[in-house]
Design a protein around this ligand. Structure first.
Ligand code: FAD
Length: 282
């Protein structure tokens, strides 16, 4: 099977977390992803930690794609970060609005991701490949699906090269989104974001906040397992592998894994999909 793979991390807060991530990353590196991406806290709150992980990834010989969010930032601040990316020979940015943390009142000079894409293009031309977020089940703040779709199209028209979706467990939502976007001329590769399932409780809480739907048939099964972590893991692996198969068979250009800084589930799903990575999964 030939499919593009990318894997996302968040920047750890401690030296122990950095060491652990390095070990997990070494296992994931056996899958030869196109790139590893690293999230970026709103208002630049993780800026130095994001850079630290990006530098490590680059030093290990892999393509590193920092995320960059504009909420709570000034144009001058973003300009500075872009200069730092160029100095580090970064070629790819996952470009986002971000969410204002509670207590942070100022939206910043760039209010939406399409404005950030436009700003990056106007400041740096084609220096970067720009990826943006897409929401097959719609962004939780969107007034209507139509408005959200139009806002996605704005990001593409502003110069985005590709998109990564919020996670979802309903393949039809993805295909519907891609068809609708294409019909409006937004014909860029849309990589499904894949969230392996470690804990149903955590997934459930997080999904409520980000607007991802856990279908009833899945929810009921997970609930029936209670604290039985082995059954949750086994069912989660089956469901997510099945989802990936459907997506790839249906024409998705690749997969982007939200690894949560853990390698085991991503390795196991990839092994089931491709029959590879057996050694690394041990
Ligand atoms: P936008 O595309 O700006 O959309 C946000 C909302 O505003 C939507 O409801 C949209 O319909 C609406 N909208 C968009 N443009 C306009 C406009 N011009 N006028 C009026 N309304 C508009 N968050 C982080 O803080 N750091 C990360 O590293 C990070 N990584 C992520 C990676 C991926 C792949 C995804 C899917 C999400 C990530 N997020 C991250 C979360 C993201 O920041 C939130 O989902 C945020 O709420 C929206 O960001 P966005 O870039 O999609 O925003």
């Amino acid at each position: 099977m030939s499919t593009e793979l990318s894997i996302e991390f968040f920047p750890p807060q401690t030296p122990e977390g950095m060491a652990k991530l390095k070990a997990e990353r070494a296992r994931l590196a056996t899958l030869k992803p196109a790139f590893f991406s690293v999230t970026y806290g709103a208002g630049g709150s993780t800026r130095e930690r994001t850079f630290a992980v990006i530098r490590e990834i680059a030093a290990e010989g892999f393509d590193a794609a920092p995320h960059l969010s504009c909420v709570g930032s000034t144009k001058a601040g973003i300009r500075e970060v872009l200069a730092q990316f160029r100095a580090e020979d970064i070629r790819r940015i996952v470009t986002l609005r971000g969410d204002l943390p509670s207590g942070m009142a100022e939206a910043g000079e760039l209010r939406y991701a399409n404005e950030l894409v436009e700003f990056i293009r106007s400041e740096t031309g084609d220096a970067f490949q720009i990826l943006v977020a897409a929401y097959p089940e719609w962004h939780p703040q969107a007034k209507t699906p139509e408005v959200d779709l139009q806002n996605f199209v704005r990001k593409v028209k502003a110069g985005a090269n590709a998109a990564i979706t919020q996670y979802f467990y309903n393949a039809d939502a993805y295909f519907h989104f891609v068809d609708q976007a294409r019909a409006l001329g937004a014909d860029i590769p849309v990589y499904p974001g894949i969230m392996p399932i470690v804990s149903f409780y955590k997934l459930s809480r997080f999904s409520d906040a980000c607007g991802a739907d856990i279908p009833r048939w899945m929810r009921r099964r997970f609930e029936s397992y209670g604290d039985d972590v082995d059954s949750i893991r086994a069912f989660g692996l089956d469901v997510v592998t099945g989802l990936c198969e459907k997506l790839l068979t249906g024409g998705a250009p690749g997969l982007h894994f939200y690894s949560m800084n853990q390698s085991a589930l991503t390795l196991e799903i990839w092994r089931r999909l491709t029959g590879t990575a057996k050694e690394a999964a041990k």
